[in-house]
Write a protein that binds this ligand. Structure first.
Ligand code: IMP
Ligand code: MG
Length: 427
């Protein structure tokens, strides 16, 4: 029955991959609506680890149709690298569908990403360097290339000429090598015939699936606090990971969505630059990073770590209209005597209950912490809420209250099976 959006409720890497994969085993469609191969989803199936960047989570579930929606930016080289990797490990990727309107990440897009970061110097965003920002910039500037352009060489060439006329001036001004139209066109055409069979009108396909009562999961890349409109601008990605992005990024109207699920870690991490009120710069930050294996799937960068942030959780509940939270990595917090939770901020000497609307206020926000009792037991084999130690149950119930949203599922380990389900997300 339901159409469910799954998105990140914090700064990314909350474990959306596992959550999407779990629903993907029952969903008939998993539709990715934003971002590109800046994402990094780790899925563990029977002890085997799969790292996905561009491909939707449902690709690993037989019987599920994975769809790359119009809101996604596609690096075609990476697309085939990921497909080939999965095929070599015995997975079937032939069901993949791609929107004809999705924009293409080009070699000059990747170059502009690096150049932009370099020119920002110590104000750099800390991007993943995958060309995401410049590709969305070109889309908004109306000089982008779309998947459908691959199938008409004269259209493609003309659009590459238009884009390079601007890029090459900029590149030359920075003293960088410029790009040749012929090279870029050849690079893109090299893959065109392989892409063609996957390309369809995904808007029609997904809406038809909903008309037929199929179960559709909309998978968000990145996260609420990295949203171009609602995140910690300018330290954000260039798309809309928030719930509205699922509609614009797939061509599905908001009235068709039944549920919006936010994935939140039992603590918080962030990669790249930008404000992070509960960040731990001491030993406890290192402890969380090592215990939680907090290193980027895409870039290998060590993640910044901090305690659960209730104002961020409430903000996320609000801007996404969350119906459920999937809480992940609760097991990582085992072994602490007490667990700090940020319940509000102190901003310029005043208590602030909610995420401040002004960038500089958020950057100055200091966490006001409450301390909850910890637990010492290994909880990774718990499969019901009641099996959890009392302190772990109380921690979850407390987070539920201060996040303004029910916690429907709790992750206690990496595997598909290491999950406590309190409420069926597809029921
Ligand atoms: P971009 O998306 O590569 O432009 O990077 C912009 C910001 O978003 C940087 O701070 C990245 O570290 C962050 N970011 C992008 N994708 C992810 C992700 O999948 N997980 C966590 N952070 C991400
Ligand atoms: Mg990730």
């Amino acid at each position: 029955m339901p159409a469910v959006i799954i998105l990140g409720a914090q700064w990314g890497d909350e474990g959306k991959g596992k959550a999407t994969d779990q629903l993907g085993t029952r969903a008939e469609y998993v539709v990715k609506y934003n971002g590109g191969n800046n994402a990094g989803h780790t899925v563990v199936i029977d002890g085997e680890k799969f790292a996905l960047h561009l491909l939707p989570g449902g690709i690993l579930s037989p019987g599920c149709t994975p769809v790359i929606g119009n809101g996604v930016v596609v690096d075609i080289q990476v697309l085939f690298e990921e497909i080939e990797e999965l095929v070599s490990r015995g997975m079937d990727t032939s069901r993949l569908k791609i929107s004809s309107n999705a924009h293409i990440i080009t070699s000059y897009g990747r170059k502009m990403d690096a150049l932009s970061e370099k020119s920002l110097g110590d104000k750099k965003i800390g991007t993943t360097g995958r060309g995401i920002g410049p590709t969305y910039s070109d889309k908004v500037s109306r000089i982008g290339l779309r998947i459908q352009d691959l199938f008409d060489e004269s259209v493609l060439r003309s659009k590459v000429e238009t884009a390079l006329a601007q890029k090459n001036i900029l590149l030359a001004a920075y003293g960088e090598d410029t790009f040749e139209v012929d090279d870029v066109v050849a690079e893109l055409l090299a893959h065109a015939e392989r892409v063609r069979p996957m390309v369809i009108d995904t808007v029609l396909e997904v809406n038809n699936a909903l008309d037929e009562g199929k179960t559709v999961v909309f998978e968000g890349g990145q996260s609420t606090m990295l949203d171009i409109d609602h995140g910690t601008y300018p330290y954000v990605t260039s798309s809309n990971p928030t719930a509205g992005g699922a509609c614009t990024g797939t061509g599905v109207g908001p009235t068709r969505i039944d549920r919006v699920v936010g994935v939140a870690k039992a603590y918080v991490t962030r990669v790249g630059e930008g404000p992070f009120p509960t960040e731990l710069l001491d030993d406890s930050g290192d402890w969380l990073r090592e215990k939680g294996g907090e290193y980027g799937v895409t870039t290998g960068r060590p993640r910044r770590c901090g305690w659960y942030d209730a104002p961020v959780a409430r903000y996320s509940t609000r801007v996404n209209g969350l119906t459920d939270i999937v809480l992940t990595k609760l097991d990582v917090l085992g072994g602490l005597d007490q667990i700090p939770v940020c319940v509000a901020y102190e901003v310029n000497g005043q208590r602030a209950e909610e995420v401040p609307a002004i960038e500089t206020d958020f950057a100055a926000a200091k966490p006001i912490l409450e301390y909850l009792p910890g637990w010492q037991e290994d909880i990774s084999n718990c499969r019901t809420f009641e099996e959890l130690p009392q302190a772990a149950q109380d921690y979850v119930l407390y987070l539920e209250k201060i996040s303004n949203c029910r916690i429907s599922s709790i992750g206690v380990g990496a595997g598909r099976e290491a999950t406590i389900v309190r409420q069926d997300l597809l029921g």
